[in-house]
Write a protein of this length. Structure first.
Length: 155
């Protein structure tokens, strides 16, 4: 027994990722792609957006080609919840970045993912979140001197 292909999780995920790829590509096209110094700020987002669109199309087309039957494995709702939680953590971290800064929002996102998605103990999640934020600060803030978004508190 076949199910409706438009209700297939891979098709829905591919369509959502493709829409995100279109948005990223359209936004990056407004930035400088290449200049006399080399790649501009839109170079990598443009490549990422195009890659996301292509991979989404491949995912969708592969699901249309595959024959799904009733004897396939049931939906892994726990895995779906972990994937959704990861997506929410990324969105919340991006939204908080202008308020609390990149380093703190990245540390909180890492803490959340380690604690809730990977199911590690609180101490392990805290340590991982703290060390990842400090690591990003050391590499990008001190060594490379790359300005990352700073929040209202100055870090």
């Amino acid at each position: 027994m076949q199910k409706n292909i438009l209700k297939d999780g891979d098709v829905i995920a591919g369509a959502a990722a493709g829409a995100l790829g279109v948005y990223i590509t359209m936004t990056a096209s407004k930035w400088t792609i290449m200049n006399e110094d080399g790649p501009g700020p839109g170079f990598f987002p443009m490549g990422y957006g195009i890659g996301l669109i292509l991979l989404s199309a491949i995912l969708i087309l592969s699901r249309f080609k595959a024959q799904r039957t009733a004897d396939e494995e049931p939906i892994d709702w726990a895995g779906f919840a972990r994937a959704g939680g990861t997506w929410v953590a990324f969105v919340v971290a991006a939204a908080l970045m202008s308020i609390i800064g990149f380093y703190v929002s990245f540390g909180l996102m890492t803490f959340t993912l380690v604690l809730l998605v990977f199911g590690r103990p609180l101490k392990s999640a805290f340590t991982t979140g703290l060390l990842s934020a400090v690591g990003f600060y050391l590499v990008f803030g001190l060594i490379l001197d790359v300005p990352l978004p700073i929040g209202m508190m100055g870090f």
